[in-house]
Design a protein around this ligand. Structure first.
Ligand SMILES: *Cc1c(COP(=O)(O)O)cnc(C)c1O
Length: 397
């Protein structure tokens, strides 16, 4: 069958594919420990669920304005003021069906054929394909582990061309957990100040943060860039609300209006009920977030340490998010029963077959030397899973 050239240019999300494969094996009765999923294992907090139940009971079940209700936009504006010291009007905020949808919409309104979009690697799996679907061209900057997986200003300078249209900054990062400090962002901002390019700041892991410096995004860090920065965020990760599908963007009025236009011709508004839940998430008790984050931090400390104890594995210590991205390249070249491991995909397949552990190959994020493990699963699973990895790796020779 002939499909559009557009769809032929992209691949399905690898993280979702591996999660589906692990689930299928579980359904067959295999005891698989999953480190692949990119979502919190916690339940959505009860006050948020109740807000949704109330919305249903009150009949708040119809179309809303395309870009979200004024009530939710006001809650988002208040969040930006409270957490980021950034001011936005309603006309500068748009709500979509998850931050992934927000990013997709943004790419559709910003990029044309030939436009280059700078993406530092390791990157979130979906960025390059979202750019390609819009006709743009991803330009990858390979950050170094020794630089804490952070882009150096010189690397950015070298990647800029007259076709550069935008850069995507994701701090804290999925998959590495690296987060930029204010000084580091200032140095990046300095390179961008006299360039006419947009900055997309994906702040989805803003609250899942462990560094000994405060979270900041580039718009707050360099006010002169605020007019060219689109801040993307959502409730999925912070409030354990991945299934509710609420993401949002704040930025220049013209871009927000263009996103509204695109959205009016595809999804229309995000679910009315989920919008009510998001208002409660952003405006209600925030202590629930601290509780989840301290549990994530406990697991992070454990898993980094446990992985480091596996010979051949080196694990960068994340500053945020809920993933570890251990370097496993020292294992490459070893074999078990004639099966040789030469890259991250082969290692992931081996771990699934021999250890019943599901994780994601680093190559999906632009680094074949690594694998990604999500620690959004119980400490008990983490202990057992890492033990299995250790046993499987020790069998390789
Ligand atoms: C999970 C994730 C998103 C999208 O989350 P939604 O559920 O679509 O709101 C965006 N960016 C990164 C880096 C993510 O990990």
């Amino acid at each position: 069958m002939r499909l559009s050239s557009r769809v032929e240019k992209i691949k399905p999300s690898e993280t979702l594919a591996i999660t589906a494969k692990a689930n299928a094996l579980r359904a067959q009765g295999r005891d698989v420990i999953g480190f692949a999923a990119g979502e919190p294992d916690f339940d959505t907090p009860v006050n948020i669920k109740n807000a949704a139940i109330k919305a249903i009971e009150e009949g708040f079940t119809k179309y809303t304005p395309v870009g979200g209700t004024d009530e939710l936009k006001d809650a988002i504006a208040a969040k930006f003021k409270r957490d980021n010291d950034l001011e936005y009007k309603r006309s500068q905020i748009v709500v979509s069906c998850g931050a992934k949808h927000t990013l997709y919409n943004l790419a559709q309104v910003l990029f044309d054929a030939g436009d280059e979009v700078i993406i530092p690697a390791p990157y979130w799996v979906s960025y390059p394909d979202i750019v390609v679907l819009a006709g743009g061209r991803p330009v990858i900057i390979n950050t170094q582990e020794k630089d804490g997986f952070k882009m150096k200003p010189e690397q950015l300078k070298a990647a800029l061309t007259k076709h550069t249209r935008a850069i995507i900054i994701n701090s804290p990062s999925n998959p590495t957990g690296a987060a930029y400090s204010q000084e580091e962002l200032k140095a990046i901002a300095a390179v961008l100040l006299d360039k006419d390019i947009f900055i997309i700041s994906d702040d989805i892991y803003e609250k899942i943060f462990y560094a000994n410096f405060p979270f900041i995004n580039i718009a707050a860090c360099e006010p002169k860039l605020k007019d060219r920065t689109i801040v993307v965020n959502g409730v999925s990760k912070t409030y354990a609300m991945t299934g509710w599908r609420i993401g949002y963007a704040a930025g220049p009025e013209e871009i927000v209006a263009a996103i509204n236009k695109i959205q009016s011709q595809n999804t229309s508004n995000p679910a009315s009920i989920a919008q009510k839940a998001a208002v409660e998430a952003l405006s209600g008790d925030q202590n629930i977030v601290d509780k989840m984050v301290s549990e994530f931090q406990r697991r992070k400390d454990y898993i980094v340490d446990a992985l480091e104890q596996i010979p051949g594995v080196n694990c960068f210590s994340p500053e945020g998010a809920f993933y570890v991205f251990p370097n496993v390249s020292n294992i490459y070249g070893r074999s078990y029963k004639g099966r040789k491991i030469t890259n991250s995909t082969e290692l992931i397949d081996y771990l699934l077959d021999e250890a019943n552990v599901a994780a994601v190959p680093g190559v999906a994020f632009g680094s074949d030397d690594h694998i990604r493990l999500s620690y959004a699963t119980s400490l008990k699973n983490i202990e057992e899973g890492v033990k299995r990895i250790k046993d499987a790796v020790s069998k390789l020779e």
